[in-house]
Design a protein around this ligand. Structure first.
Ligand code: NAI
Ligand code: MG
Length: 502
């Protein structure tokens, strides 16, 4: 269902922020790019320019990395106690929460997602993430380890490990959850005492720039967080290849993830963590409660317009229930109110950009050409915004692009299975391993599937459940390492083993 394209204006102070001069945050100051270049930021609901931001590139990355190095090695940041660091991160969470409505509007105008969804999910999740990570600062512990050195008989030792911040971290984030991805990255880096150069996605820089203002208001020392707006091939690539960056953390496409690994290898072997694509299987077992599984499967693919790395994009349903489930999801799809994110009734906004709309529609065309059928949707919508209809595809074959590749749009491919015994193999038949789900009333089966599915997150009778305490990341080509939870803390620290002879 398509809503009218008109949407209310944002609050005046959100508009004031958009109208500001937007520099790069380097060493505690907002500065223009060395080149003086700027680029346009567009509202994907209507294609209109909402702000101009600085176009940072290699020269700016160099300045930001130098500022981050200086802040890591001297000044107030390394002198702070863990508790003081925690207090600053908590303060940032409070400031974010106080400005929740403004951030929800910025996310909606910049990314296209419904303002109400950003206010209910993106912003509160980011607040929670910072609070969770603030708590970690005082709990990053090593261990005391008994050792027995065979070639030093009789010698006595005291050995312990100590976890230290990994150093200057380059963080490159995508556009699907602009604020939340910034929080997932910044939270553990700040909790462990690292310093950061954050390169935000060129499609969606606004919420991170506003967050940069709050970082300054919270009182983080200069240079601890530096924020670069700019393009991937220039600013992003410069950060990944920088010889004075100790770690790069990236979220985005698997293709660029491979470039990041290459750049790290060819420069200084910096540590790399990656959160990449997915093609997540969502399995409805014959004993599932369909009144839960059908809306659950619709949410699995249509949440955030399918622009989720963990979207449930391959749906497996038993042949005997296939029509009922597919019809149910198709009905749910046709009831989704698609419209500008700022419209109060909007449940699904546009794709983030014309490029993403074209990419998703390219997949739809290829699937339909190869014989798949759209039970509902299948097209872009006419008009100025970059909208795509929520789509359910059937009659797919395992070798089709729509089954093998990440579409990153509101498109689910439903596959009928005959024998549940083959399901694990079909579900795991992907280069990705980010997430998976199973719907069943049988607890034992739920656990069995959870064990056998090759994915970093498995949901049973639910989907898209995230928490700051739960690690998130991928098996196979979905990435290296985990975000959130204790795992993230580990990945932003180096372990030092200290041995004293007594
Ligand atoms: P992308 O991987 O090109 O962009 C993500 C981030 O990487 C952005 O900040 C971008 O500026 C940066 N980047 C791009 N090229 C770079 C390079 N050579 N060196 C360093 N940084 C670079 O993703 P894009 O083009 O926006 O989307 C393409 C596809 O990637 C999507 O259709 C989707 O399948 C996947 N994707 C997955 C995401 C996830 O959450 N795992 C998020 C965004 C995209
Ligand atoms: Mg790209």
């Amino acid at each position: 269902m398509l809503l009218s394209q008109a949407a209310p204006d944002c609050q005046p102070h959100t508009q004031d922020f958009l109208n500001q001069e937007h520099g790069l945050l380097i060493d505690g100051s907002w500065v223009a790019a060395v080149s003086g270049e700027k680029f346009e930021v567009k509202n994907p609901a209507n294609g209109q320019v909402i702000a101009m931001v600085a176009e940072g590139d290699q020269a700016d990355v160099d300045r930001a990395v130098a500022a981050a190095r200086k802040a890591f090695e001297g000044g107030p940041w390394p002198q702070m106690t863990a508790s003081q660091r925690g207090k600053l991160i908590w303060k940032l969470a409070d400031l974010l929460e106080e400005n929740l409505e403004e951030f929800a509007e910025l996310e909606s105008l910049d990314n296209g997602k419904p303002r109400v969804v950003a206010a209910a999910a993106d912003v509160p999740l980011a607040v929670d993430l910072f609070r969770y990570m603030a708590g970690w600062t005082t709990k990053i512990e090593g261990s005391t380890i008994p050792i027995s050195v065979p070639y030093m008989p009789g010698a006595e030792f005291h050995s312990y490990t100590h976890r230290e911040p990994v150093g200057v971290v380059g963080q490159i984030i995508p556009w699907n959850f602009p604020l939340l991805m910034a929080a997932w990255k910044l939270g553990p880096a700040l909790a462990t005492g690292c310093t950061v150069v954050l390169k935000v996605a060129e499609e969606t820089p606004m919420s991170a720039l506003r967050l940069g203002q709050l970082i300054q208001e919270a009182g983080f020392p200069n240079g601890v967080v530096n924020i670069i707006t700019g393009f991937g091939e220039t600013a992003g690539a410069a950060l990944a290849a920088h010889a004075d960056v100790d770690k790069v953390a990236f979220t985005g496409s698997t293709e660029v993830g491979k470039l990041i690994v290459k750049a790290a290898g060819e420069s200084n072997l910096k540590k790399v963590t990656l959160e990449l694509g997915g093609k997540s299987p969502n399995i409805v077992l014959p004993d599932a409660d369909l009144s839960v599984a059908i809306p659950g499967a619709a949410n699995a693919i249509f949440f955030n317009h399918g622009q989720c790395c963990c979207a449930g994009s391959r749906l497996f349903v038993h042949r005997s229930q296939f029509d009922e489930v597919v019809d149910g999801i198709a009905a749910a799809a046709s009831e989704i109110q698609v419209g500008p994110g700022m419209h109060p009734d909007s449940q699904m906004g546009p794709m983030v950009s014309q490029i993403q709309q074209d990419r998703v529609c390219g997949y739809l065309e290829s699937g339909l050409r190869e014989g798949a059928q759209a039970v509902v949707g299948g097209h872009r919508t006419e008009g100025d915004g970059f909208f795509v209809e929520p789509t359910v595809l059937v009659n797919t074959e395992s070798q089709m692009q729509v089954i093998q590749e990440e579409i990153f749009g509101p498109v689910v491919a439903a596959v009928a299975y005959e024998d549940p015994a083959d399901l694990i193999q079909s579900a795991n038949d992907s280069i990705y391993g980010l997430a998976a789900a199973v719907w069943t009333r049988d607890i034992s089966k739920g656990h069995q599937f959870a064990k056998k599915l090759r994915a970093g997150s498995v949901w049973v009778n639910c989907y898209n459940v995230f928490d700051a305490a739960l690690p998130f990341g991928g098996f196979k080509q979905s990435g290296w390492g985990r975000e959130m939870g204790r795992e993230a803390i580990d990945l932003y620290t180096e372990t030092k083993a200290v041995t004293l002879q007594l």
